[in-house]
Design a protein around this ligand. Structure first.
Ligand SMILES: CC(C)(COP(=O)(O)OP(=O)(O)OC[C@H]1O[C@@H](n2cnc3c(N)ncnc32)[C@H](O)[C@@H]1OP(=O)(O)O)[C@@H](O)C(=O)NCCC(=O)NCCS
Length: 163
């Protein structure tokens, strides 16, 4: 069973273990490499010390009670929000990201009252594109040098689903 659960201190070691993987963090805007316990602690603080709000929701993804990844949704405008997600490499291609994204769409379109939810991928992230398409997102276009990762501008793609 795939569940989205509140991020807690108990997730710090698995966060540090799963995210300390350059083949994963290279696709994630805000995740540094190497990624250690201090990074996990800072992230958990943001989630637990009131900075997470009704407009910023971040969850641990648990599969049958085991911490396997993370997902978040952030209101960017009154009506629209952006999602981001990751799943640890050893758990990939089991449908976990797809199941978690479907749950966060329900939260975004439900409790948060959004009518548009989008994701911005770095160009070349074929697995993530596949997850988005499986969840009903449509490709809207290429955004050249739209984000900067480790000081390097990268081309991005935007995908969205609307209610
Ligand atoms: C992208 C990511 C979240 C996918 O997680 P996951 O749990 O493996 O995803 P799912 O199992 O639900 O679906 C993966 C799909 O991608 C496909 N896939 C995997 N690698 C692929 C590749 N190199 N090219 C094309 N498709 C690929 C799988 O076959 C599967 O599709 P299918 O069900 O049609 O077979 C995970 O690989 C990850 O965390 N990557 C690094 C972080 C990241 O990219 N986050 C998203 C930022 S926008």
């Amino acid at each position: 069973m795939i569940e989205l659960v509140e991020i807690q201190t108990k997730h710090r070691e698995t966060l540090a273990k799963l995210l300390n993987d350059e083949s994963m963090s290279r696709w994630l805007l805000t995740v540094p490499y190497p990624y250690g316990l201090q990074d996990a602690d800072s992230f958990i603080s943001v989630c637990t010390e009131g900075k997470d709000s009704t407009d910023n929701r971040r969850y641990a993804i648990e599969a049958d009670g085991e911490h396997v990844g993370g997902i978040g949704i952030h209101r960017r405008e009154q009506h629209s929000g952006e999602v981001g997600y990751w799943v640890g490499k050893q758990y990939s291609n089991k449908g976990i990201a797809t199941a978690a994204l479907k749950q966060i769409l329900d939260i975004g379109f439900g409790e948060m009252g959004l009518i548009r939810i989008y994701a911005i991928t770095f160009a070349g992230n074929d697995a993530s594109e596949r997850v988005l398409v499986k969840c009903g997102f449509e490709y809207e276009g290429l955004m050249r040098k739209a984000r900067v990762k480790d000081g390097v501008p990268v081309d991005c793609k935007i995908f969205a689903v609307v209610k």
